[in-house]
Design a protein around this ligand. Structure first.
Ligand code: ATP
Ligand code: MG
Length: 140
C-alpha cells in the first residue's frame, strides 16, 4: 500500500467533461487521499521539474505547466506508483495510441509536452513530490 502523486495537467483541465471522466476512472482504481486545484508560478514549475533543467523541452514544459490551472491528486493503493504509471501510459501520446491505446495518455494526450498527466516515477520521488504539492497538509 503506497501513495503516489498524479497531476491532471492544464490541457485536460480545460475540458471539464474529460476531467470528470478521468476522475471517475481514477476513483475506481485508487483511493483519492487529497485533491487540490493549483496554478503554479514559473518558479514553482521550475522547482518541481528541476531534474529536467537544461533539457531541450524544459522551456516548453514550464510554459505548459504555467499555462493554466491543473489538478493534483494523492492516489493510494497497492503499488500505486507503478499502477498509476501503467494506467497513464508512457510519455508520448501518439506512440501510446499504437502501443497502449487503452492508456489515459493515448486517449487524452495531445503531444509529447502536452501529455495531460504526470505520475511519480518511484516511491521516493512520490514522497518528495507529495510534499511539494501537499506539504502543508497531513499527507506531506
Ligand atoms: P519518466 O519520468 O519515466 O521519464 P515522464 O512521462 O514523467 O516519464 P519525464 O521524462 O519525467 O516524463 O518528463 C516530464 C514531462 O516533460 C513529460 O511528462 C512531458 O510533459 C515533458 N516531456 C518529456 N519529454 C519530452 C520531449 N521529448 N518533448 C517534449 N516534452 C517532453
Ligand atoms: Mg517523470
Amino acid at each position: 500500500w503506497e501513495t503516489t502523486l498524479a497531476l491532471l495537467k492544464p490541457d485536460l483541465l480545460a475540458d471539464a467533461a474529460r476531467v470528470r471522466a478521468v476522475e471517475q476512472e481514477i476513483g475506481q482504481q485508487f483511493r483519492v487521499q487529497e485533491r487540490r486545484q493549483i496554478a503554479w508560478t514559473r518558479a514553482q514549475a521550475e522547482a518541481f521539474y528541476a531534474e529536467h533543467q537544461g533539457r531541450p523541452f524544459f522551456g516548453r514544459l514550464v510554459g505548459y505547466m504555467t499555462s493554466g490551472p491543473f489538478v493534483a491528486l494523492a492516489l493510494a493503493g497497492p503499488q500505486a506508483v507503478s499502477q498509476w504509471r501503467k494506467t497513464m501510459g508512457g510519455t508520448r501520446p501518439v506512440q501510446m495510441r499504437v502501443r497502449n491505446p487503452a492508456s489515459l495518455r493515448a486517449r487524452f494526450g495531445l503531444t509529447d509536452t502536452r501529455n495531460s498527466f504526470h505520475g511519480s516515477d518511484s516511491a521516493e520521488t512520490a514522497r518528495r513530490e507529495l510534499a511539494f504539492l501537499f506539504g502543508d497538509s497531513k499527507i506531506g
